[in-house]
Design a protein around this ligand. Structure first.
Ligand SMILES: Cc1ncc(COP(=O)(O)O)c(C=O)c1O
Ligand SMILES: [Zn+2]
Length: 402
């Protein structure tokens, strides 16, 4: 395996490839380091194409070995053209990356699969996390697939569909009477007391790397070419920063040519600490989230500063536009996204208005989560014509138009 060690992003201290959450010297985040020469020697377009149809085709670019038996493997989700939405927005070439096609319908299956591979290597028996909803679904399902226990801490007032889509797999759920940031703090405290493998605490370095596979897939699916622009949501900022890293690694390894894509970030008005830091050129100031985009409601984003530094721009989607965007996406593409894609589409629209996207740009919009988990927001669209089972009555409703 080409991964060699973990390195502190701040003081550069090295650590072995163990479940270590942060640098014990300076509390900085740790990133896996790879032997690039070894990767250049063993990784090629052909070797990737010959791999399994999942994230594990990129195993040599990840900090864990591919599991011997790949259960419920995420990845290789569709990348589809969206010509009607492109026309509606005035974008030349628009693609949707449908991460709703993962086993629990969000991109979180990618990060959990990588973190869990590390947890299994270390003989953990319980997988755990703090979550805004989607991560909980992914952890609970992964634990069920691997025969592990699961423990989840999430805000008590999450969308019920998200809680149910975790509960069905049989985890222990703590519905915390507080925010996601409270849940996150609790997991850090508990990680010193119990031997649960918290995917986003001690396993965070491994977890985060899983998001690189989104960038890898986009480039591979575009025929080993890079897009010009990728529009992506930001909560903790982890996935956003790893997109940049993923494209960078493909360039570095000579798997693609050209320029780093411009990364446009998306946050909801009611939780936009990274967008505000980017706009002000200032530090990220934690906020108390108040947004309908619950999956993105992280007020104190761990990778916020790096996400702001990575972004070409970050746009704030007004709260009252999020549902309109969910509907616009559905009506023009046939894709039902949750609130996160509603926010992301808002950023794409804002970027077009601001002239940041040219006629010839090839744009990828990430659809990271599924609308079936947040159906309440569009429930008022349901207004059927209730009628007796009689064709004549149906024809009458057409008022003579056939
Ligand atoms: C659907 C969806 N998209 C995007 C994100 C943002 O991920 P990150 O915390 O890596 O910024 C989340 C996080 O929960 C999510 O659930
Ligand atoms: Zn350090």
């Amino acid at each position: 395996m080409p991964a060699t060690h973990l390195r502190c992003r701040v003081c550069e201290t090295h650590y072995p490839l163990d479940p270590i959450g942060v640098c014990t010297r300076c509390f900085g985040p740790l990133d896996p380091v790879y032997d690039r020469d070894e990767q250049r020697r063993i990784v090629s377009r052909e070797s990737i194409e010959a791999g399994p149809r999942s994230i594990w085709r990129y195993a040599d670019l990840l900090p864990v070995a591919a599991p011997a038996e790949q259960r419920l493997a995420p990845g290789c989700t569709p990348l589809v053209r969206a010509p009607r939405l492109a026309d509606a927005l005035g974008v030349g070439e628009l693609w949707l990356k449908l991460d709703t096609a993962n086993p629990t319908h969000s991109f979180k299956d990618r990060v959990v699969a990588v973190a869990c591979a590390k947890a299994l290597e270390h003989g953990s028996t319980t997988l755990a996390c703090s979550s805004t909803g989607n991560l909980a679904n992914a952890v609970a399902a992964r634990a069920a697939a691997e025969g592990l226990e699961a423990v989840i801490l999430c805000p008590a007032d999450l969308e019920p569909e998200k809680l149910i889509a975790s509960a069905v797999y049989g985890p222990r759920i703590y519905a915390i009477e507080g925010s996601y940031d409270d849940c996150s703090r609790l997991t850090v405290e508990l990680s010193f007391e119990v031997d649960w493998a918290f995917v986003n605490v001690q396993l965070r370095s491994y977890y985060a790397e899983g998001s690189k596979t989104l960038a890898f897939e986009v480039a591979e699916q575009l025929g080993w070419e890079l897009p010009d622009v990728v529009v992506a949501p930001i909560a903790s900022g982890s996935m956003f920063t790893k997109l940049h890293q993923g494209f960078g690694e493909f360039l570095d390894l000579g798997l693609v040519e050209g320029e780093q894509p411009r990364l446009i970030g998306a946050q909801a008005e009611g939780c936009s600490p990274v967008a505000r830091a980017w706009a002000d050129g200032a530090k990220v100031k934690p906020v108390r989230p108040s947004t309908i985009a619950r999956s993105l409601a992280i007020g104190s984003p761990a990778d916020g500063a790096l996400a702001a530094a990575t972004a070409s721009s970050i746009h704030i989607t007004p709260e009252d536009e999020i549902v309109d965007n969910i509907v616009l996406l559905a009506e023009t593409t046939g894709v039902f996204g949750e609130t996160a894609p509603g926010v992301t589409l808002g950023a794409l629209r804002a970027a077009v208005r601001a002239g940041e996207i040219g006629e010839d740009d090839r744009v990828v919009l990430l659809v990271t989560g599924d609308g079936l988990k947040t159906p309440g927001l569009v429930a008022d669209r349901l207004d059927p014509i209730v009628i007796e089972p009689d064709a004549e009555l149906i024809l009458e409703t057409l008022g003579g138009v056939r």
